[in-house]
Ligand binder design. Sequence first.
Ligand code: GLU
Length: 555
Amino acid sequence: MTDKELADLIFPDIKETPEDYEKMYPKRNLKEGAVVSRFAPSPTGFVHMGSLLTTLIERKIPDETEGVFYLRIEDTDQKRSVENGISGIVQDLKNFDIKIDEGALSETESTGVYGPYVQSQRKKIYECYAKSLIERGLAYPCFCSPEELDETRKIQELNKERIGYYGSFAKCRNLTNEERKERILRGDPYVIRLKSPGVYEHKVVFNDLVRGKVVFPENDMDVVLIKGDGLPIYHFAHAIDDHLMRTTHVLRGEEWLSSVPVHIQLFDILGFELPKYAHLGLVMKIDEETGQKRKLSKRKDKEAAVSFYHEQGIPVMAVKLYLMTIGNSNFEEWLNQNPGHDYNEFKFDFKKMSASGSLFDLEKLINISRNYISRLTAEEVYENALKYTEEYDKEFNDLLVKHKDYAINMFNIERNQKKPRKDYAKYSDIRPYTWYMFDELFEKEENKVYEWQTINNLGEIKNILKLYLEKYYHEEDDEQTWFERLKDLSEELGYAREVKDYKENSEKYKGHVGDISMVLRVAVTTKNQTPNLYQIIKLFGKDRLVKRLNEVINK
Ligand code: GLU
């Protein structure tokens, strides 16, 4: 029996040839140097922070070169698939404004002419290439059972030999085609293996975009190409898909680095041009308990899933800016020199990526986010808060809609200045920081805790507030006049006009103007720390202020 006959026996329905697919998926018509990259997750339903960093770069380099970025779903390992696993990923990318030019859009839809973009729908294509390799004597059916393979592994371990299916351990390599036919017709289960032409003693050298020159022994393992369930193993699917989808740059986790010799061999025997590879280090974090560096883990770390940022209302741009700082060592410096600029203006450089992985620090991200929000205009904060609350806080959303101008004015307090106020690190902070600004929430709050400071005697507090309303509150006052009047009020009640006077002669006074303004601040807001009190009072207007102060006076 010839190899061709064996191939026909195994794949009787495959009529296409590799040449057909070459024609069906021609070289892309892009300008010289255009990068085609892809994100190729299993349909696990979520995007991990480490993958988000990868996709950011995968999106950025085509953007820099007029290339293409696409989404391919790698669902050949059914164990890693979950229901609606594609939609979850698509949604995460959408939430982070990472647009795809081609690829899966949902469980059932996709866009682009290089598809299907879901591997389980590409079975015929893999079979075609496997068939052609069998015809060429470069692949064969292997009937070894898991038990037999286990047995081989134990012997190898015992003899301290390399583990795997190669050389004399590759038992099915030497079956005759007649024996193969007999076992296939008998119904024995089998996989398709590569008949590796490699020699372990030979070296392969390749240039990783992040790591530079890497040297490995040539692959001599007869790796599985098609599993017993008919679906391909990663290596085989990677070679065929990235070739037919005309990927130029493969960015992936460093766990794939050691497989490169297999990939180089596959691309070579299939006659494909090798893409450029960038193997990215893991995203790590310092474990809170042990203080040791470890992988950022979806299971242990809430901040590992990108949905966390969306739920918290951490601005997409802040997350991206942070990821770029851990992605490229010179990004932070660039950002400091170009505050407020879009990271897309920054030129990404693989050489400035850490090969050993990057350390993820949520605190730092939060800090970037705080700075980022502080530099937005009040209108932008308002719009973003509106979007966030629409999804996560309907009650607050209604208030923002109802009091639009008021809310924008509120967000404007201490914003347009050299050092803007940095209250909010995330949109979910807004309500807890500003609830007292909304009468609806203020009145609803039954257990208000007034955070009185040095002056905490209710009788004295009432005196101060009454006098303020009677004599010293003038709605039209500018800030300076307003404060002068607080000083007059202080003096009338035996408090120092200036803090410094009080410090010099504390026995002469009951306190100072700062204590008085604190009483006013707490009476209006319940809080001892708020944005500029004058502006809050101004925003309130007379009626609302009187009502607030009377609530304390009438206690
Ligand atoms: N499905 C593979 C993974 O999630 C893709 C690796 C690649 O990008 O080639 O690890």
